[in-house]
Design a protein around this ligand. Structure first.
Ligand code: GLU
Length: 424
């Protein structure tokens, strides 16, 4: 029984599917098999033990990783997550998604990912700072604005990036703000970066809604996750006139048929860190939310959330993946058979890395843009990427899903760059 469960879990892994999808794209588009060989695993992978002095006086060893997946289009690029679920395999899989994401949206970066296996909620601010600095000491030799550029991911934020850029300076004695992105504005970050993933996601959701015949004014939206991505997405959807009827986080879910009062809810989350205790809605269990009747469902939390178990019950008219890899391949198959369109992660959440690119450009130029410029450029790139994928779907991938089209387009771009650079 237990064995069966493990096999089932493995079978339902949305990470493993990314590699298979790359192989299928290479075959479908009749590209050189070398393209798959280059993309199936990172070009370089590093693991390190990171000693951290804990508040109790002892030292704890944390395991950290950095996957440099591919740099045919530019420096390796991707976030660092601090999470108990971080493993070598998950970091490698997420680094492939970054390579595809950057190729797809057209930013001149490759893909990478980093992480530390830890429960960041249990770390004091001092411990978190020492872990962040320790991460840079362990991997600084890999980083640089023209080599590999990290950014925030799950449970890392602008403060973590600020400590990291400071530690990089301590080591190199060069203040290079472009060695990572997602910094606070005060230390060389870009305006609009913090909310860029959510803003980008709402831009593509808007385009996808048009194609699905969903009118955004009054449309019902359900969001799994109320952190940096989910919370801001709720704000932007409600600014477009949508009714955000349900959200959830690790403390549970909330429902309000008329639409939650998003600014009040975000104020509460800002203050307490959780949805729990917010009075403006009915309390529901987190799992109920995914199968709720709505126009747009936005998984904005973790991987492997839409599964074969809940996909037959999903009642949304459109799914937009703000998280990385939230849908298992089995669930995707079911949704596709049921005619529920899905905007895949590498398109829907690429707004974050897009504004990371803008931040890096501003750091390199030493010239900073205003919010209007950042948002206009983000909107242009997201809308273009969406329609490019949609066109590719019709022309090169008829009958396929939007994910297949997104992978196909990204892989084709990577293949062309590899060919030109003489990699095969
Ligand atoms: N962690 C984000 C992602 O998964 C942003 C990466 C970046 O800006 O480099 O897309």
């Amino acid at each position: 029984m237990e064995k069966g469960q493990i096999t089932e879990k493995k079978k339902e892994d949305s990470f493993g599917a990314a590699e298979r999808r790359v192989r299928e794209s290479v075959e479908r588009l009749q590209l050189s098999p070398a393209v798959y060989e280059f993309l199936k695993k990172p070009l370089h992978f590093a693991e390190a033990s990171i000693p951290v002095k804990m508040d109790h006086g002892g030292v704890e060893l944390f395991t950290g990783y950095r996957a440099q997946h591919n740099n045919v289009l530019g420096p390796f690029k991707g976030g660092i997550r601090f999470h108990p679920g971080v493993t070598a395999e998950s970091v490698k899989a997420l680094s492939l998604l970054m390579t595809l994401k950057c190729a797809l949206v057209g930013v001149p970066f490759g893909g990478g990912k980093g992480g530390v296996t830890c429960n960041s909620l249990q770390l004091s601010p001092g411990e978190k700072e020492r872990l962040s600095r320790g991460y840079i000491r362990a991997f600084s030799y890999l980083f640089g604005p023209e080599i590999d550029i990290p950014a925030p991911d799950l449970f890392t934020d602008g403060q973590v990036m600020a400590w990291m850029v400071d530690e990089y300076y301590n080591i190199t004695r060069r203040y290079l703000p472009g060695m990572l992105t997602g910094k606070p504005v005060e230390v060389g970050g870009s305006v609009g970066r913090k909310e860029a993933t959510s803003r980008g996601c709402v831009y593509v959701a808007r385009e996808a809604a048009k194609l699905s015949g969903i009118t955004l004014e009054g449309a019902t939206v359900v969001i799994q996750g109320c952190g940096n991505v989910g919370g801001k997405a709720a704000q932007f959807f409600s600014e477009l006139g949508c009714r955000v009827i349900s959200v959830c986080d690790i403390s549970g879910g909330l429902y309000c048929a008329e639409g939650l009062a998003v600014p009040d809810l975000l104020g509460h989350v800002q203050e307490t860190g959780l949805i729990e205790g917010f009075a403006g809605g009915e309390k529901i269990a987190g799992e109920e939310l995914l199968t709720m009747e709505c126009d747009i469902l936005v998984p904005a939390a973790m991987e492997n959330q839409l599964t074969a178990a809940n996909a037959p019950e999903i009642k949304a008219r459109l799914v937009v993946e703000a998280a990385n890899a939230p849908t298992t391949p089995e669930a995707e198959q079911i949704l596709s058979e049921r005619g529920i369109p899905l905007v895949p992660d590498i398109l829907a959440n690429s707004g974050g890395v897009t504004v990371s690119y803008f931040e890096w450009v501003q750091n390199n130029q030493g010239l900073y843009w205003d919010l209007e410029t950042v948002n206009q450029r983000l909107e242009k790139m997201m809308v273009e990427a969406f329609h490019t994928v949609h066109r590719f779907n019709r022309e090169k991938c008829p009958g396929g899903t939007m994910r297949e089209a997104a992978y196909g387009y990204a892989v084709q771009r990577l293949a062309e760059a590899m060919r030109l650079r003489g990699w095969f």
